[in-house]
Design a protein around this ligand. Structure first.
Ligand code: GDP
Length: 300
């Protein structure tokens, strides 16, 4: 939590502190409520959720006759936690069957942090005593397979890769086959995210998915989004959701943005929870998304 708080320092400045300053004003007049709205919008919470939060907060302040900054802060925390969704299932499913490993497919546009996230996730799983096989199905970006293999070597997971420009689906297939042969617990598949043609992406990811499912069910399709890209990330999310059934979101680079509110916006957009967050480039910089801790870090 301390680390999360430190990493979200910038978000805290923009969202948490901003809101608290506003709420500690003597008179919560119309202007102040508007400024609160603006602060939430600037943090990328999104128009509809912002309106809902402000309406609820105003109503509660009115009903309770709340005045003190401490009380307001408690109300704000409660409303933010509710907005983020305290009771969503955010566990990453990696249930292996009797003969098959759990399979997780990692998707997203190039540069959002897919490969890094796959490596970090492997590390978490290995630290948890699970054996992991990595599938380097991002054959589009030249260095992706090397990068994944480096992660694999670092964390103790074998990487299955193919020739540069090779067929992603066949690498994914081989990775799961290898996972089965080794009796691995989990196979993580890193994919390519070229978005220039939707049909191309659809064909490719669809094929990877179908091929993987020949071995057994796919446990998770994690969509990686870069939190610093704001509304652009939402557009990407929409495109991917049309192509594959996303089961969870990983929001990366939350350490480098004041726009933590994107968590709310993207969950609404896709109707699936943010499961993991990226807080830096290092091996330990992946954390489960926990609404209370997140809001605490925002508000301080
Ligand atoms: P991919 O093309 O989606 O596989 O993206 P990469 O995994 O290669 O990541 C792109 C860049 O973003 C790299 O320089 C990563 O180190 C960096 N990166 C990934 N996740 C995070 C994060 O959570 N925080 C920060 N600050 N950088 C990140």
């Amino acid at each position: 939590l301390v680390r999360l708080r430190a990493r979200l320092a910038r978000s805290q400045n923009s969202l948490g502190k901003g809101l608290l300053t506003l709420l500690s004003r003597e008179h919560l007049d119309e202007d102040t409520w508007e400024e609160i709205e603006e602060t939430l919008l600037v943090a990328d919470v999104g128009v509809v959720p912002t309106q809902e939060l402000v309406d609820r907060l105003r109503e509660r302040v009115r009903v309770l006759g709340t005045r003190t900054p401490a009380e307001l802060r408690t109300l704000l925390k409660e409303e933010l936690v509710a907005l983020v969704g305290a009771d969503l299932d955010r566990s990453v499913k990696t249930e292996s069957g009797a003969d098959t490993p759990g399979v997780v497919m990692v998707v997203g546009v190039n540069g959002v942090g897919k490969t890094t996230t796959t490596g970090k996730l492997a590390r978490v799983l290995v630290a948890d005593g699970r054996s992991v096989v990595l599938g380097a199905a991002d054959t589009f970006r030249a260095a992706a397979a090397d990068q994944l293999q480096t992660w694999g070597e670092r964390v103790g997971a074998r990487t299955v890769r193919g020739p540069e420009g090779g067929d992603p689906a066949s690498i994914a297939f081989d990775a799961v086959k290898e996972g089965i042969a080794e009796g691995a617990d989990v196979v993580l598949i890193d994919t390519a995210g070229r978005l220039h043609t939707k049909t191309g992406l659809m064909d490719e990811l669809g094929k990877v998915k179908r091929v993987v499912e020949k071995h057994g069910p796919l446990d998770e399709v994690l969509l990686v989004l870069d939190a610093t890209t704001g509304q652009n990330g939402l557009t990407q999310a929409r495109v991917f959701a049309e192509v594959v059934d996303i089961t969870g979101i990983v929001l990366t680079k939350l350490d480098g943005t004041a726009k933590g509110g994107i968590v709310v916006a993207v969950q609404r957009e896709l109707g699936v929870p943010v499961k993991l967050i990226g807080l830096g480039e290092g091996p330990d910089d992946l954390a489960p998304f926990e609404p209370h801790a997140f809001v605490d870090a925002l508000i301080g």
